[in-house]
Design a protein around this ligand. Structure first.
Ligand code: ADP
Length: 274
């Protein structure tokens, strides 16, 4: 295919980031510093409204800071053009959109080169544990999805897996995954996180996650609360110290195993039991 220079990044750093939404009475980000290096997976955790998504948007340069800086390999966002800056990132958000597209088109969206082979698309689908979707609907890679995609056929979890396949295919320098498995059942989630860990070495990976077991292998977890980083460390360290992290996650865990299945899994079991 066409030659495209794919940037790599050694270190993404947000330093003392501050942000206030227009018209808001308080700063949503009061003082957030996070860093991630190539090969690492870091996690942002915190309760709803803590500032995780705002932090993600600030790192991406989508939210203008009133204080602090974001830099990639020491170059701040202001020193690079917007195109160059965004070119480093791949983002998986909660919203993916619904289009009439083939699976191949969905997965290739955003990859800035032509001549992507079916093998590459398959590999990305397999890494994202989404290859079954091709058979499931049952559609080949070049088949129009049409109504089935706009209708009831596709679940949120299936969309999330396709969105992840897109990122695997494009393989940007910095992967930002905002609750990538929130609609995916526990077993598949563990498999997806295992694959993310296995493939992490040549990129920077930042994950927002709510489920405790997904955090265990993370190189660093940042606990955000009220627009500040209140704790940082590895899972075992954070569980061992009193603080926000163990408050939030202790009840999810019982010797490393969730006491309760996630709600979506429980609903799935209930719906299929006879
Ligand atoms: P989290 O991702 O941790 O749930 P967010 O970063 O989405 O938190 O939001 C942090 C705080 O900022 C919340 O109190 C939220 O209400 C507020 N907020 C988020 N987006 C906006 C916005 N566009 N305008 C004003 N306030 C916002």
């Amino acid at each position: 295919g066409e030659q495209v220079i794919v940037p790599t990044a050694e270190r993404l750093a947000g330093a003392n980031m501050q942000h206030r939404y227009p018209g808001a009475a308080v700063d949503t980000l009061r003082d957030v510093s996070v860093e991630a290096r190539r090969g690492e997976i870091i996690a942002l955790v915190g309760v709803n409204g803590a500032g995780k998504t705002t932090t993600v948007n600030a790192l991406l340069g989508l939210t203008e800071l009133s204080g602090g800086t974001v830099s990639i390999d020491g170059q701040t966002q202001a020193e690079l053009s917007e195109d160059v800056w965004l070119g480093y990132f791949g983002l998986l958000t909660q919203e993916f959109g619904r289009y009439e597209m083939t699976i191949r088109e969905v997965v290739c969206l955003g990859t800035p080169r032509t001549g992507i082979t079916d093998e590459e698309v398959w590999a990305a689908l397999e890494s994202a544990r989404a290859a079954d979707l091709v058979r499931k609907f049952p559609l080949g890679l070049d088949t129009q999805l049409g109504e089935q995609w706009g209708g009831l056929g596709v679940s949120g979890g299936q969309w999330q897996r396709l969105a992840l396949a897109r990122i695997y295919l494009r393989d940007p320098a910095i992967w930002v995954l905002d609750e990538p498995t929130s609609a995916i059942d526990a077993e598949a989630e563990q498999d997806i996180f295992r694959e993310l860990a296995r493939t992490r070495h040549n990129r920077i990976t930042i994950v927002v996650s709510h489920r405790a077991w997904t955090l265990k292998g993370m190189d660093r977890i940042y606990v955000i609360d009220g627009g500040r980083v209140v704790q940082r460390g590895r899972y075992e360290e954070l569980m061992a110290e009193p603080g926000r992290f163990s408050e939030i996650f202790a009840e999810q865990l019982d010797g490393g195993v969730s006491r309760r299945p996630p709600v979506d899994q429980a609903l799935g079991v209930a719906a299929t039991s006879r």
